[in-house]
Design a protein around this ligand. Structure first.
Ligand code: NAD
Length: 311
């Protein structure tokens, strides 16, 4: 068991996940939320989730479910949450003004050697941290949802972040069982969302132009590309598909370039294509069955996590 404390600010979906991940690695976790009912809800839900993971043999780390749960406590003020913490993970709603306000307050209470991390999905680190006295200690640590089953985290520094903050955060993420990647320069959407939106954008155009249905497009991903991507990335895939990248380039570069040039302009997701996508998705999964389908998705993610763990 560790004596070091992690402060988790905001106890919604993502704050809860972080709390579980740090507790599983043996850290003491202090959660703070402006809405006290969210914190008690968070504790109840974490307890249930830990029991469920235990039943499925998917608990992380060496500690029992009860030991992990007892690592997590509620802080009644923001100051109490962070003043002794060596690492702070902020998870308040995705609103730049709110994040700036919360970080300005955190700035008053944190240790000067602490690391101040934000889970933001798309606000640049320099925007959140610009005015902070401790701006050299700030870093974006953007998780994938759900962090417990999709362990990749994007790390992105601001130009003034100490290089040591990146190194320490990378090591910490590995230690708690996540898979960190370093985004070397600030860029809108970091990498995961740029990639996700590139796929959605091309899908949108193909569906708009009646090249393929929504259901078949999703089939291309889940029974085609996705099968490999669950354990191997596109660059390694191409590398294996020929005798290395030089050969891949000789064979396919012209064809790929021709096809890439045929991609259309980005289009805002509104209008008749939106109606079509909504209607077809509703046929696949009726809106009243969304909750049932989410539970099914989480069970499949659990099964996949187990498979990959045993690989
Ligand atoms: P959420 O709405 O579930 O939780 C936000 C929590 O912050 C709420 O409990 C709220 O009461 C609390 N809060 C609001 N103001 C606060 C303040 N001033 N101080 C302390 N707590 C405050 O949101 P979420 O889905 O957990 O998202 C949190 C962050 O994580 C966002 O920046 C989001 O972009 C990012 N993120 C979300 C996902 C996702 O899929 N949900 C994935 C990656 C990153």
């Amino acid at each position: 068991l560790k004596t070091e404390i992690v402060g988790v600010v905001g106890s919604g979906l993502i704050g809860r996940s972080w709390s579980m991940l740090f507790a599983a690695a043996g850290y003491q976790v202090r959660i703070y939320d402006t809405d006290p009912s969210r914190m008690s809800q968070a504790l109840e839900e974490i307890k249930l989730q830990l029991q469920d993971l235990d039943k499925r043999g998917l608990l992380r780390g060496e500690l029992t479910a009860d030991e992990q749960f007892s690592r997590i406590t509620i802080a009644t003020t923001l100051e109490e949450c962070v003043k002794d913490s060596f690492f702070i993970q902020e998870n308040v709603p995705e609103d730049a003004e709110l994040k700036k306000k919360v970080h300005a307050e955190l700035d008053k209470y944190i240790r000067s050697d602490a690391i101040l991390a934000s889970s933001t999905s798309a606000i640049l680190p320099s925007i959140i941290s610009e005015g902070l006295a401790h701006r050299n200690r700030f870093i974006v640590v953007h998780p994938t949802n759900p962090p417990f089953y999709a362990p990749m985290v994007e790390l992105c520094s601001a130009p003034w972040t100490d290089p040591e903050v990146m190194e320490t955060t990378r090591a910490l993420m590995k230690e708690i069982g996540q898979q960190p990647v370093t985004i070397n320069k600030e860029i809108d959407g970091f990498v995961l969302n740029r990639l996700q939106y590139a796929i959605l954008g091309e899908g949108w155009r193909l569906i708009r132009d009646n090249v393929i249905s929504v259901e078949d497009f999703d089939t291309v991903m889940k029974h085609g590309l996705g099968r490999r991507y669950a354990f191997m990335g596109p660059f390694e895939t191409a590398y294996l598909n020929s005798e290395g990248w030089k050969v891949y380039s000789e064979r396919y570069a012209d064809m790929i370039y021709r096809i890439q040039k045929s991609f259309g302009e980005p289009e805002k997701m509104v209008g008749p294509t939106l109606d079509k996508v909504q209607e077809e998705c509703n046929k696949m999964v009726p809106m009243e069955k969304l909750q049932e389908r989410r539970q099914w998705r989480d069970r499949r993610l659990t099964a996949l996590a187990k498979l990959i763990k045993d690989m």
